[in-house]
Design a protein around this ligand. Structure first.
Ligand code: GTP
Length: 597
């Protein structure tokens, strides 16, 4: 296809504003998929994505469209992940296309993720077409939302297309706008190959599939290519496009988006953002801005039943095959036995992996408290990265610590603003900005990431009844007074419950954790002290009194079946416990103990 008849675009939207539904409609309207093959939300391929209604892996589809002017166009849609954890993948996908549809729910208005993603689109020099969705709903207010887009984002929204992805109104206009308002790609056919690696994933039959955008040159089946970040050479055995099923082609030229396979075994060997070129006389300079995604949140994953350790290893190996941004290494915990210390791009990423292990591999897990990566500066001048509070070196040898900070943007209706400011203040936040757009306030805070990884998002949702939206980006590291707080249960330290805290918050946090644990740990035949300590000094203490709850006490009379049932139930409840010395601690305690109310 010649460049003038190609349009490459992505759709940016806040979660639930209708991105997937709109994409499905565009595909359907152009007859790319027969109606009877059309499954809801075609682009969200993984079940878990469908269930949670979030898009995780970038996905793509090639659409043939005959415009009103009679000309044939090829439209390539790259679906971008909507969640903040995947910001780097979003930015790569954006670099692979020239324009974006900005989809805003006309009953809701602009949200924090809309902003984060649209700024990425603006950064990538996109032409942006605003689309107001859900106009079939009575609460739709297009004028207000268009005005808000102009106020908050600063782009012209007077020509915004009014759409219902549900009924199909405005879909034709959207296709025409893609053709007429978005620019055609540029590129040189005769130059050495320069293809951007946009995404990759593992396929059981074909091995690793690499999604590419051709910038210059031609990618052909049978050629040898070089991945510029690590110099590896590969023989290209297939080239193709998604429509949305795979269709093989002989070659892809400048401006085109498609995939290659090259007998690559692991997703790890392909890096998002890398440049692929000819093995000989290739491009001299790689495309700018390449950086491997770095995990920012770490936690331990341990099997509840230690006999399942090998199964867990298997599950983790398989998941890692398809997810280069998920890192892991073996970990031994005095309390929890063998497990893995895993690194994630963010909390959602953590949750997704954990859920998949539990569900797809049927392994019950204990997840330890998520921790961010601290920089530890030693008195001897060396510097370490701390991924696990349990590895915190002896305080006498430590000079100082630095923790990662974020810039958080929160959009919230006026009436909840006070609660949001209080929450941010409580989490050691520093206010950077506060402005208004209509009935909504936009607050920007500088916050320590460690105050956010745990339950910030849950708290934000609960204090604003779900009306706030939130997004963040990492800004860098800053020194602060941080200490490791240990928890002792029955005088034994439970390393999986250690956390890093700010010294000023330690007493409050310690007290809250001890109180929570007292509620969560069942009573035993003996008294159990629960303590929080910093370097051997106890700062909070609770005591769980001795008393064994006799679950059969209520069954007077000789109802044997009922008695049996209750005992079985008690046994099942026990399964989710883990023994620490003489004490059984339930699995949920490891997460719940850290939630702050
Ligand atoms: P993520 O994949 O989570 O980013 O969400 P999304 O932006 O892709 O939203 P999705 O397409 O899943 O739509 C969210 C919800 O809104 C779904 O329940 C859709 O059925 C509904 N929806 C989407 N478009 C419309 C519309 O035009 N009108 C109405 N009434 N509902 C719509």
């Amino acid at each position: 296809t010649d460049l003038a008849h190609i349009r490459n675009f992505s759709i940016v939207a806040h979660i639930d504003h209708g991105k997937s539904t709109l994409a499905d409609r565009l595909i359907q309207e152009t007859g790319t998929v027969q109606d009877r093959d059309m499954k809801e939300q075609l682009l969200d391929s993984m079940d878990i994505e469908r269930e949670r209604g979030i898009t995780i892996k970038a996905n793509t589809v090639r659409i043939d469209y005959t415009a009103d002017n009679g000309e044939q166009y090829v439209l390539n849609l790259i679906d971008t992940p909507g969640h903040v954890d995947f910001a780097y993948e979003v930015s790569r996908s954006m670099r692979a296309v020239e324009g974006s549809l900005l989809v805003v729910d006309s009953t809701q208005g602009v949200e924090a993720q809309t902003l984060a993603n649209v700024y990425q689109a603006i950064d990538a020099d996109h032409e942006i077409v605003p689309v107001l969705n859900k106009i079939d709903l009575p609460a739709s207010d297009c004028d207000r939302v268009a005005e808000q887009i102009e106020d908050v984002i600063g782009i012209d929204a007077s020509g915004a297309i009014r759409v219902s992805a549900k009924t199909g109104v405005g879909i034709h206009e959207t296709l025409e706008a893609i053709v007429h308002h978005l620019p055609a790609p540029k590129g040189e056919r005769d130059a050495p190959l320069k293809a951007m690696l946009v995404d990759s994933w593992y396929d059981a039959y074909l091995g690793v599939i690499v999604l590419v955008r051709i910038m210059d040159g031609v990618l052909k089946k049978g050629m040898r290519v070089k991945f510029m970040s690590n110099g590896t050479l590969h023989h290209v055995d297939r080239v193709g496009v998604f429509r949305p099923g795979m269709q093989m082609v002989d070659s892809l030229g400048p401006g085109e988006i498609g995939f290659l396979t090259a007998s690559i075994k692991q997703v790890r060997d392909t890096r998002v953002g890398d440049t692929i070129t000819n093995d000989r006389n290739g491009a001299e300079k790689a495309l700018p801005g390449f950086k491997p995604a770095q995990p920012v949140v770490f936690c331990g994953l341990f099997p509840v039943d230690s006999a399942e350790f090998e199964d867990l290893r298997d599950a983790i190996d398989k998941l890692a095959l398809n997810d280069a941004s998920f890192s892991f290494e073996m970990e031994t915990s005095a309390a929890l036995g063998f497990g893995f210390r895993c690194g994630f791009l963010g909390l959602l990423h953590l949750e997704v992996i954990r859920d998949r292990i539990e569900r797809e591999y049927d392994i019950e897990l204990i997840t330890t408290a998520p921790s961010v990566v601290y920089h530890v500066y030693m008195k001897d001048g060396t510097k370490h990265e701390l991924h696990n509070p349990a590895d915190m070196p002896d305080l006498s040898k430590v000079d100082h610590l630095e923790e990662p900070r974020i810039k958080a943007t929160i959009l919230v209706p006026d009436e909840y603003l006070g609660d949001v400011l209080k929450l941010c203040q409580d989490r050691r936040g520093i206010q950077l900005d506060l402005s208004y757009a209509g009935q909504r306030a936009m607050v920007v805070y500088d916050l320590p990431l460690n105050e956010v990884v745990f339950d910030f998002y849950d708290r934000l949702k609960s204090v604003t009844k779900g009306y706030a939206s939130f997004d963040y980006q990492m800004t860098g590291y800053r020194q602060d007074y941080l200490v490791k707080m240990s928890i002792l249960v029955n005088d034994e330290p439970v390393d999986a419950l250690s956390v890093m805290v700010h010294r000023d918050r330690a007493e409050t946090r310690g007290r809250a954790m001890c109180e929570k644990l007292k509620e969560l740990i069942p009573r035993h035949m003996f008294k159990i002290p629960i303590q929080a300590a910093i370097g051997g000094k106890v700062i909070a203490r609770e005591t769980l009194s001795a008393l064994r709850k006799d679950v059969t006490a209520k069954c007077y009379g000789g109802d044997a079946t009922r008695k049996r049932k209750l005992l079985d139930k008690q046994k099942a409840g026990k399964k989710k416990m883990r023994q620490f010395g003489k004490v059984d601690i339930p699995q949920e305690a490891f997460i719940s103990a850290l939630k702050m109310d």
